[in-house]
Design a protein around this ligand. Structure first.
Ligand SMILES: [Zn+2]
Length: 505
């Protein structure tokens, strides 16, 4: 399977200190001009074709005083399409990303080979932030996505982004790494389930591991049986092909040392719900039930590109949740590899079953921090909508850092409680714990409490319930329904909030 995940790597971003003159603008079919809200004389004076833009923007403002964007074509030989965006000083990262998405979608319809960005009239930190946000959105918009149409769209022509008007160049390494990781996550998640089987997925990861220099192990069902991973195997046992298993990837930095990070992802390539089969409405889209694993993998790829100084282990729980005579059933009792016995209640709660053993295996390597990603519960979407994802941690003191990373990156998260007394709802007469309840009340919290049993209490743990994995029309800077939410968030958590360095006990 070929995945064009390196597509955006070929796009050059050049940054210039000076403002572009009219001759420069004339060379572009499309230019994006960003000015402060209510631009004043010194702001206009920096723009090429200032008089035309000022007149037309003011006319637009008279029509709609809330208008922040002007789309107009210059009367030059090229007929340059100008996208003029006014930005308020207190705009949140999420709002900036959302505006940038609309600009990038307009750009995509014009499909130029090169685009000029003029960031005029901001202080240096704001100008850097705008450059970062616009680059993120443009790179996200030009990524190809899987298509099986006989008249497939051509890939985007964009090869070059020229940024003008900066006092000093912005550091764009992180946004470029993020765009590759996010694209990989989205591409894998959008693949249909007859294409991306656990076998195909594992083979692709094997090729990627060879290219990226990761060591890879695959724990197939026999290896998992030896480790007594009964929770994972309960889900895997109905598959007509014996192809489920846990992928373990190891990234090691050039210099030894650092604090060990583990990324864990739920990779259910298709979720029928099992014996408690899903109705059509809820089964639709379940090829994306592997997005947690794709986000873990995309994050590992981005961290590798950035040459993270810490070792990273990445664990992907790959399986399908099938129906059939061999499928696990409600009231079955199985035992996970850490010795915890589980009474099965609902076979559609398969995500927490495969994650139970995967988290326990990940913790055996004693990482400093474990982050897991899963499209886990409908309850999390009911609580937050698909605008936010939910986060949980076995360290309450971490909530502020987790929320800040969401606000700062624009991939927003909100923390939920993880108090011990929630376990009362999971009490079983026959096993150490029930898998879930049938009532569904606060299922996202109960799922996190259930997973907590498989995490070593000495280890810092963050669980991300990916409510924002799919949103009609996209989210933030991402223009496709499949969002790949989590890659950008985690880079911010690790690199801007220094989550590995913090002591959270
Ligand atoms: Zn399910």
């Amino acid at each position: 399977m070929e995945i064009p995940y390196r597509h955006t790597e070929k796009i050059k971003i050049n940054q210039h200190i000076k403002d572009p003159d009219t001759r420069r603008i004339d060379g572009f079919r499309v230019a994006v001009v960003v000015v402060p809200d209510a631009p004043r004389k010194p702001h206009w004076e920096r723009l090429a074709y200032a008089d035309i833009l000022k007149t037309r923007f003011q006319r637009r403002k008279r029509q709609d005083k809330h208008a922040e964007q002007l789309l107009t074509d210059l009367p030059n030989a090229t007929g340059t399409r100008i996208i003029l965006q006014a930005v308020k000083p207190d705009t949140s990262t999420f709002e900036l990303l959302s505006s940038a998405r609309k600009i990038a979608v307009e750009l995509r319809t014009q499909d130029p080979a090169a685009v000029l960005l003029h960031i005029a009239g901001f202080d240096q930190p704001t100008a850097s932030r705008l450059t970062e946000v616009l680059s993120a959105a443009i790179l996200a918009a030009v990524c190809p996505m899987p298509s099986y149409k006989s008249d497939t769209d051509k890939p985007a022509a964009l090869k070059r982004i020229e940024v003008y008007g900066l006092e000093q160049p912005a550091d764009l390494a992180q946004v470029q790494a993020e765009s590759i990781g996010n694209h990989l996550s989205r591409w894998l998640s959008a693949l249909p389930a007859n294409e991306l089987t656990p076998t195909v997925y594992r083979e692709f990861v094997g090729k990627l591991a060879a290219e990226e220099g990761w060591k890879m192990d695959f724990l197939n069902t026999r290896a998992l049986a030896r480790r007594k991973a009964g929770a994972f195997l309960a889900v895997a046992q109905a598959s007509p092909v014996d192809d489920a298993g846990i992928v373990h990837l190891r990234y090691r930095p050039a210099v030894r040392g650092g604090k060990r990070l583990a990324l864990v992802g739920k990779g259910i390539c298709f979720d029928t719900g099992g014996v408690n089969v899903k109705p059509a409405r809820y089964m639709n889209g379940m090829h994306e039930d592997m997005q947690g694993s794709a986000v873990a993998l995309g994050t590992l790829l981005a961290l590798t590109r950035l040459g993270l100084e810490h070792p990273v282990d990445c664990w992907l729980a790959l399986a399908q949740n099938h129906i059939g005579s061999k499928a696990y059933k409600p009231n079955d009792v199985v035992t996970a590899c850490n010795g915890t016995s589980i009474e099965v209640i609902h076979t559609d709660a398969e995500g927490r079953m495969v994650l139970a053993d995967t988290l326990a295996l990940a913790c055996k390597e004693k990482p400093q921090l474990v982050i897991d990603y899963a499209t886990l519960t409908g309850a999390c979407i009911y609580s937050l909508s698909s605008r936010y994802s939910g986060v949980f941690s076995n360290r309450d003191t971490l909530h502020a850092t987790l929320t800040t990373a969401g606000r700062d990156s624009g991939e927003r998260v909100w923390p939920f409680p993880l108090d011990k007394d929630f376990d009362e709802d999971l009490k079983s007469n026959i096993a150490d714990t029930r898998q879930c309840t049938l009532e569904g009340e606060a299922d996202h919290i109960l799922a996190a409490r259930f997973l907590n049993r498989f995490v070593d209490s000495e280890i810092n743990w963050v669980h991300v319930d990916l409510a924002a994995s799919n949103r009609k029309g996209g989210l933030g800077h991402i223009p496709t329904d499949t969002t790949g939410f989590g890659v950008r968030y985690t880079l911010n958590l690790l690199l801007q909030q220094d989550a590995l360095e913090q002591s959270w006990s």
